[in-house]
Design a binder for this molecule. Structure first.
Ligand code: HGA
Length: 620
């Protein structure tokens, strides 16, 4: 989702700001901009095109300076047009028109009380140049400014409701940038004679690997080579106190990973799954609760149920895990969409293991749901997350870090399968502690898990067969996905992938539900994709397939090797190379990813950056 980069330095920092934006580009955005302090004034360039275009613009307009901020925006309030792009400048009364005000600001998040603040600031003579919620912050900082930007930002944040990460500088203080965060990620980059700010350490790869993770309520003062952090006290006093946050050395990883022989990052990431799963399981020599952190054993022993909180693809990983947790670990499990859970009345049980699933660890809805669960008196928290340094990992007591590596494609693939691997380990650990895992069963499951990278390679070899189907799919406008049991969430994930990147309307149903409604939709124009593993429900699923065929529907079946479903008129079968028991969702989702990918390619969509979507959803 949208990104922030800021810097104070003695050198011209514009190339660093633009390079930082490029590293965050993969997350999706609809406009971008940069502002610097130049010759005693604020200067900026903004664009609704790509960052490369912004780069040309800053060169043409000779925008240069040592103090600056930059932003990629994914619009929440106000259309994606240039005048809504960040940075925003304050326009004080009497300063409108050719003379911009003195404050420049970028923001990630949503200001919930923006209407009230806008009315108040308008009454004070401030003139708004955009429809964004963000612009109120620029004016508010200006309103509180009395020669000390740090103080003005501190005071302004006390008025803000909602979520924000901001970076601000002022015309009257040429060597200073101030940042603040509440609910949206923000990090500080420390270097010898310069200091940086970014929404993700990845943006600073190449300039510094010394990172400070800011926390909610922090306001930070950046000057060349030094910084100062204060935190809003949580005693309701509206006072701030100085804090020292640890400077960590992080492994510099670049978002701009090489594409290699692949056409898109999504394709590359689909093909990286054998490696990603292998890395995620590396070091797992046996099942033990401590895989999830010190102190996991007493928690696993105490809990009576599991509550999984997640969004999007991660929610489907959680839905798959529910089948595992109830059948293998015999523990009651519920799975909730994070944004729903936090706003509904629920009945908390303190003996619940609250499990959050998030690729980035910064998903605003999931973080808020976690805090809600905790506020209801459920202290046992665990996350399955791909980013060890994320807010979610810091918030949860226990964690399993998946090792998918940076995922650039907006549509998640390797993050999903590695989440499933982490959730399967969690199932086994809970089963063990609850006395439902014999040593023999443990050894068998571990053997199957270790074989996953090889099994995944064999599934990836199906790509040419999937491409042949994708060509037909690309001419359709609707598709139905069916699955049963633990493959129902896989059908949901397959439909989501197709929607996200090919823009074909797709829905998934548990196969048994077909006759209760969606069968009415089945015609020759509605391809029906079915995940048909050879499990206990196969015979039932075969009847459901007949129901579709009898109505002239075209069936596309991913069948296990030993199912006796043969291709015939209107029935297309791709045979999966192996039958994989409980772990088969990890294999079955792969051809669905490939189907979505190649269908999108055939339709010519922007696969890695599908319209309206963004990676790492850091706003509610
Ligand atoms: N609400 C602001 C910033 C949006 C954002 O953080 N997107 O990820 C806007 O609409 O400009």
């Amino acid at each position: 989702m949208c990104g922030i980069v800021g810097a104070v330095s003695a050198r011209n920092i514009v190339p660093v700001l633009v390079e930082g934006l490029k590293r965050l580009e993969y997350r999706g955005y609809d406009s971008c901009g940069v502002a610097v302090h130049q010759d005693g004034a604020l200067r900026r360039a903004r664009s609704t095109s790509r960052v490369s275009e912004l780069c040309t613009q800053v060169k043409t307009e000779s925008i240069e300076g040592g103090t600056g901020i930059a932003h990629t925006r994914w619009a929440t309030h106000g259309a994606p047009v240039v005048h809504n792009a960040h940075p925003h400048f304050s326009h004080g009364s009497g300063e409108v028109g050719s003379r911009p005000g003195r404050i420049a600001l970028v923001h990630n998040g949503i200001i919930e009380n923006h209407e009230e603040l806008r009315a108040e600031l308008t009454a004070r003579g401030y003139v708004f140049a955009s429809q964004t919620d963000t612009e109120v912050i620029a004016h508010l900082v200006d309103h509180h400014y009395d020669g000390d930007l740090f103080d003005a930002v501190r005071r302004a944040t006390l008025r803000l409701r909602g979520a924000y990460a901001i970076a601000v500088f002022c015309r009257d203080e040429p060597h200073r940038v101030v940042g603040a965060r509440e609910g949206s990620p923000l990090v500080l980059g420390v270097a010898k004679e310069e200091t940086f700010l970014a929404s993700d350490a990845m943006a600073l790869a190449g300039v510094t690997d010394r990172i400070v993770y800011l926390e909610d309520g922090d306001v930070v003062d950046l000057q060349p080579g030094r910084h100062w952090i204060e935190r809003r006290r949580d005693d309701g006093s509206e006072r701030f106190e100085t804090v020292v946050r640890e400077v960590r050395t992080v492994q510099a990883h670049s978002g701009a990973a090489e594409l290699g022989p692949y056409r898109h990052y999504m394709q590359k990431e689909i093909f990286e799954q054998p490696r990603a799963i292998g890395d995620t399981l590396q070091g797992v020599l046996g099942i033990t609760p401590e895989l999830f952190g010190d102190g996991a054993y007493p928690v696993f022993k105490e809990v009576e149920q599991v509550l999984i909180l997640a969004c999007g693809t991660s929610y489907y990983a959680g839905s798959t895990a529910k089948y595992w947790l109830e059948s293998i670990a015999k523990i009651p499990t519920s799975v909730e969409i994070a944004s729903e859970y936090r706003y509904r009345d629920s009945v908390p049980n303190p003996k619940t293991l609250v499990v959050t699933i998030t690729q980035s660890g910064e998903t605003a809805d999931t973080l808020a749901a976690l805090k809600h669960a905790r506020s209801l008196g459920m202290p046992h928290t665990l996350t399955i997350c791909n980013v060890a340094t994320s807010a979610m990992v810091r918030e949860c007591k226990l964690a399993y870090i998946t090792r998918a590596g940076a995922e650039i494609g907006v549509a998640s693939t390797k993050a999903f399968t590695t989440q499933l691997a982490g959730l399967f380990l969690l199932t086994l650990a809970l089963a063990q502690v609850r006395g439902h895992l014999s040593e023999e069963q443990e050894a068998e499951h571990l053997k199957a898990m270790r074989h996953l990278p090889v099994a995944l390679q064999a599934v990836l070899a199906l790509e040419p067969q999937v491409i042949a189907w994708a060509d037909e799919f690309s001419r359709k406008e609707n598709a139905l996905f069916l699955g049963r049991g633990l493959h129902y969430p896989i059908a949901l994930e397959g439909a989501l992938k197709l929607k996200e990147i090919s823009y074909i309307h797709a829905e998934a149903y548990p196969a048994g539900e077909l006759k209760h409604g969606p069968l009415a939709l089945v015609t020759a124009e509605m391809p029906v994709v079915t995940v048909a593993p050879n499990d206990a429900l196969l015979e039932k699923l075969k009847s459901n397939l007949q129901e579709v065929r009898a109505r002239g529907g075209e069936l596309y079946v991913f069948a296990d090797a030993d199912t006796r479903i043969e291709s015939s008129e209107g029935l297309h079968v791709i045979r999966m190379p192996e039958h994989y028991g409980a772990l088969s969702p990890i294999l079955h989702v792969v051809p669905l990813q490939l189907l979505a990918y190649h269908t999108a390619c055939a339709r010519g969509t922007d696969v890695d950056k599908p319209r309206n979507l963004a990676k790492s959803v850091t706003v509610e």
